[in-house]
Structures are given as structure tokens and as C-alpha cells.
Design a protein around this ligand. Structure first.
Ligand SMILES: C[S@@+](CC[C@H](N)C(=O)[O-])C[C@H]1O[C@@H](n2cnc3c(N)ncnc32)[C@H](O)[C@@H]1O
Length: 345
């Protein structure tokens, strides 16, 4: 039986691309951010539908599956309300909080054979997650969640993700991990081949291999930083006032350099700023470039994110790339689904 996928909250297509590379047909991706259209359609043979998922009817989504195809619905409802940074804040008014309920309601109405949901691990502590699982079980899905540590799947980044599979056919297991710590993909393997850049410079070969400029103070700070070290090792005159306070002494996960022979820290939407995390290049005096972040997210090097000659802003590209599902995690999800379908065919 042929099967195909609709990808809700598809972004620039990290998940779609991983599925596609493994031969899984993705018919369409839906996202409300217009900036996702170009990269999504340019790099994937799938339609981009610029809509708010909350405003789509189940019939709209059903119509995206060819008649007779087994339906697979995948989705990565935005995780901002669940991220560590947002813990403890009041999200009652955050409309994104409800998107997992919307996803659940669509599943109930569409009854796809397989569902894949990806999010931050802390989601599982929230009632919205428990309600989501109960909804799936009520609808006779076998539900299996997995806490995925990306380096164990060859992704050069210490990202942790929750992947939840639900299937009407039986238990759907994630592919066993295949990397021990001594086999983890490293920053060097991901970006070590790119030409050197200075802060503020753009490569002449690839307009996305560009690094943000640094103030004189931040340039001095990164010069004083060693891979894997922290600002605690700097001379006093370089240390930010807030870090001089006793209460902030433990905040060492900013102003750091990556280490060549380890996976990078988790990419965020602000990877382009040296002060925003451990996003300093291992040896060049700058934060990583946009292309380097995309490679660490395991996008192929020729993945196109913007139309030729269009404006490139760090904030926009940071949002698009930092929010993406790593392509190689998409491949793992695809392989898991294919194996499951082979078992139950
Ligand atoms: C975590 S990202 C998804 C990453 C994507 N699945 C991938 O594979 O690269 C979440 C996406 O949800 C989109 N989004 C947020 N609210 C939405 C809504 N109400 N309807 C549709 N898309 C929405 C954002 O624009 C963002 O691209």
C-alpha cells in the first residue's frame, strides 16, 4: 500500500527533508511563516501551504493526501511554551500553548494510520502532553515516546528531543541508536572544511557563510576564550557586570567557544551571537556563521534558505535554522516508520 505524509508546522523543512532523503513521499507542509516557503519548496518536492494550522479544517488536510494512500501525519508544534527559558512564566495567554490540542483534534478527525510528534523533552511534564497521549489512546493508537539524544544518532549537536510515535498498526519503535560517545559526530566533521572567516565577513562562495560583527569588547572576550572554557577564566575587565554578581557566577553557558572534537551545543535561534550561548567558533574569533549552524543542524551544504540576491538577516535566518528539526533526525524518523510498515505489511 502506498503511503504519504503531511507535515504540520513544517518550517524550512528539516523533518520533511529527512523523510524525503529516505524515500518517504511528503505531499505538503503547512506553516504560517511566509519565509519558510522558499526553502521548503526549493529543496523538497512538496507543496508549502502558508496557513495557521489552528485555522485549518480536517477536510483541508485530508484533501492533501492522494486517494487511497495510507495517511501519515507528522508535526512539531512550536515548543517555545515548553522550553527551559520559559519555565515558570505564565503562558495562559500564549496562543501557541494550544497548538498541541489543535494537533490532537486534527488527529481525532483525520484518523491517520501513523502520527509522529517531535518536541522538547520537558513537554512530557505538562498536562497538555498527558491529554495528547490520552487522546491518542482513546483513538486506538499504540503510543510510544522516546527521549532522543541527537549525538547517539550521528547528529553533531547535544540536542535532546522527545519523539512520540503513535500507530494504529502496533507499537512503533524508534531505530536503535548507533553511536557510542567515541563515535559522536563532531564540530570539526560538520564545519571544519569551511573557509576561515572574520567577524563581520561574508564568504564570496556562499552568501550564508557569514559571521556577525563583534564589538571591540566582544572581540577581546572571544580572543580570551578557549574551546570548552568559560568567561570565568577571563581578566576582570572583560567580565560582564552581571556576571560579577555572586548570583550569576553559575551562568557559564554564554560567551563560550565550541570544541572541535565534540558535538556542538544545541542550536538555538540566536546561534549567530557570541554572547547568546556557546556559539563561538572553536578557533576563529567570531560566532559561527549561518551556514555552519545549518550544517550542525545536518542540512546538506547546498540547502537553499533564501532566494538569490534577497536580503539576508541574522535574525530571520537564525529563526528559520534554529527552529528546524535536524535533517538527520528526520531520517531516523523515516527509517523507523519504514521498518514499522515493513513489519506490519
Ligand atoms: C519548531 S518549528 C518546526 C520545525 C520544522 N518541523 C522542521 O522540521 O524544520 C515550529 C514551526 O511552527 C510554525 N508555527 C507556529 N505557529 C503556527 C501556527 N499556528 N500554524 C502554522 N505554523 C505555525 C513556526 O513558524 C515554525 O516554523
Amino acid at each position: 500500500m502506498s503511503f504519504s505524509v503531511v507535515d504540520l508546522f513544517c518550517g524550512v523543512g528539516g523533518l520533511t527533508h529527512g523523510l524525503t532523503l529516505e524515500g518517504v513521499k511528503v505531499n505538503a507542509g503547512i506553516d504560517l511563516d511566509p519565509a519558510c516557503r522558499y526553502p521548503y519548496e526549493k529543496n523538497n518536492d512538496a507543496r508549502f501551504i502558508e496557513r495557521d494550522v489552528g485555522e485549518l479544517s480536517s477536510d483541508d488536510i485530508k484533501s492533501l493526501f492522494p486517494r487511497g494512500d495510507m495517511k501519515i501525519l507528522v508535526g512539531c508544534a512550536p515548543c517555545q511554551p515548553f522550553s527551559t527559558y520559559n519555565q515558570g512564566k505564565d503562558h495562559k495567554n500564549d496562543s501557541k500553548w494550544g497548538l498541541l490540542y489543535t494537533f490532537g483534534q486534527l488527529i481525532e478527525e483525520i484518523q491517520p494510520t501513523i502520527v509522529s510528534m517531535e518536541n522538547v523533552p520537558r513537554l512530557s511534564n505538562h498536562n497538555v502532553y498527558k491529554d495528547f497521549v490520552q487522546l491518542l489512546e482513546r483513538n486506538e493508537y499504540k503510543v510510544k515516546p522516546f527521549n532522543v539524544y541527537c549525538p547517539k544518532y550521528g547528529i553533531p549537536q547535544t540536542r535532546k528531543r522527545l519523539v512520540l510515535f503513535a500507530s494504529k498498526l502496533g507499537e512503533l519503535d524508534i531505530l536503535p541508536s548507533f553511536c557510542d560517545p567515541n563515535q559522536y559526530s563532531t564540530v570539526r566533521q560538520a564545519i571544519g572544511h569551511l573557509e576561515p572567516l572574520q567577524a563581520g565577513e561574508v564568504s564570496t562562495k556562499d552568501s550564508l557563510h557569514r559571521a556577525r560583527n563583534l564589538s571591540t569588547l566582544n572581540l577581546n572576550r572571544i580572543r580570551a576564550s578557549r574551546p570548552g572554557g568559560s568567561w570565568r577564566e577571563w581578566d576582570k575587565d572583560l567580565i560582564a557586570d552581571c556576571h560579577k554578581k555572586e548570583t550569576c557566577r553559575t551562568f557559564t553557558s554564554v560567551y563560550g567557544r565550541m570544541e572541535w572534537d565534540k558535538p556542538s551545543p544545541t542550536m538555538t535561534t540566536l546561534f549567530h551571537g557570541f554572547g547568546n550561548g556557546r556559539f563561538g567558533h572553536p578557533e576563529q574569533d567570531r560566532a559561527i556563521s549561518i551556514r555552519e549552524a545549518a550544517l550542525i543542524q545536518s542540512f546538506p551544504e547546498d540547502y537553499e534558505f533564501v532566494e538569490k540576491d534577497s536580503a539576508i538577516t541574522f535574525m530571520k535566518l537564525g529563526r528559520l535554522i534554529g527552529n528546524a528539526v535536524p535533517v538527520n533526525l528526520g531520517k531516523v524518523i523515516a527509517q523507523s516508520i519504514i521498518k514499522h510498515l515493513e513489519t506490519y505489511s
